[in-house]
Design a protein around this ligand. Structure first.
Ligand SMILES: C[S@@+](CC[C@H](N)C(=O)[O-])C[C@H]1O[C@@H](n2cnc3c(N)ncnc32)[C@H](O)[C@@H]1O
Length: 286
């Protein structure tokens, strides 16, 4: 695992430093088969991730847009040191930089880190994040260092979420906060049965590419996840819901599904909509 980059803007085009290249070559980050597959999928997905996800014309896009909106509201703290773990192409990283934070952006995928670096270099301002190519369960950051950690869109790819949560707890300073996203799963068995079918259907009708997903998702229940957070030592401060969908309506009647998704998002604090939410954002304190 290695730490990459420093918080100054280089004169030339975006390049990763020697250490990152070495890590990429030896694939030292891909420590087992699952990590390999997840890394390969995201390397291939890196250049299209932003355009594919962050728009509100589809239910899935709406989920990304609203998720970002809530994350930024939950992460509205004084400028400090922030780790964006599973940073992807750096969309939240850039938001954090704009807010004046010193940002550490970590991801397993060198392709994603390259995109994040390119985006940060192209943005206004003179400060760049520190880039870290790393598995989230072994982040190259010293203990008690971070004021805040964001873990958004990461947990579903992680085999052992307890290991990653313990790592987040380790790097946070006492009193520091984390915003953690997880799928809102009540019955994991149902997800295990239906999600692959749903992916196949969407690929078939050309609504979305789900090729290359040759790894298992983490389908733990939200109850187990919340229990684990507390057991590991976090205090839960706040929980928000997003990604409201009526099952399979986004395949059958996509436009209606987006309209309903927007409606339910606006009324998301109403009890009646809760069972339609597929995503949770949890704010915790160490
Ligand atoms: C869905 S993207 C989310 C990107 C970003 N956080 C966002 O909100 O747009 C998930 C990212 O997590 C990364 N990832 C998956 N498993 C990981 C692991 N074990 N350690 C570090 N990063 C991981 C992937 O490479 C990918 O870039």
């Amino acid at each position: 695992m290695g730490k990459v980059g420093k918080a100054v803007r280089p004169a030339g085009p975006p390049v990763l430093n020697e250490e990152a290249r070495m890590i990429s070559k030896t694939q030292a980050v891909a420590v087992d088969d699952h990590l390999h597959r997840v890394k390969d999928f995201h390397d291939a997905d890196a250049s299209r991730y932003r355009a594919d996800r962050y728009h509100s014309e589809t239910c899935e896009g709406l989920a990304y847009v609203t998720r970002r909106q809530i994350v930024l509201a939950m992460a509205d703290v004084e400028p400090g040191r922030v780790l964006d773990v599973g940073c992807g192409p750096g969309i939240l990283t850039r938001d954090l930089l704009k807010k004046g934070h010193e940002v550490y952006s970590a991801d397993l995928s060198i392709g994603m880190i390259r995109e994040a670096r390119r985006a940060a270099c192209a943005a206004e301002g003179s400060v760049l994040p520190h880039f870290i190519v790393s598995d989230a369960s072994r982040i190259c950051v010293s203990t008690d260092r971070m004021d805040m950690v964001l873990s958004i869109g990461l947990m579903c790819y992680v085999k052992d979420h307890r290991g990653v949560l313990s790592e987040i707890l380790r790097v946070l300073r006492p009193g520091g906060v984390a915003v953690i996203q997880v799928n809102n799963i009540r019955w994991p068995g149902l997800y295990r049965a239906f999600v692959p079918l749903y992916h196949r259907l969407k690929t078939l009708i050309g609504a979305k590419r789900y090729d290359g997903l040759d790894f298992d998702f983490n389908f733990s229940s939200r109850k187990k996840f919340l229990d684990d957070l507390v057991e590991i030592g976090f205090h839960v401060l706040d929980i928000e819901r997003y990604d409201f969908r009526v099952p399979f309506l986004d395949i059958l009647l996509p436009r209606l599904s987006v309209t309903m998704g927007k409606l339910m998002f606006r009324g998301r604090h109403r009890w009646v909509y809760r069972c339609f939410s597929h995503g949770l954002l949890i704010k915790v304190r160490k």
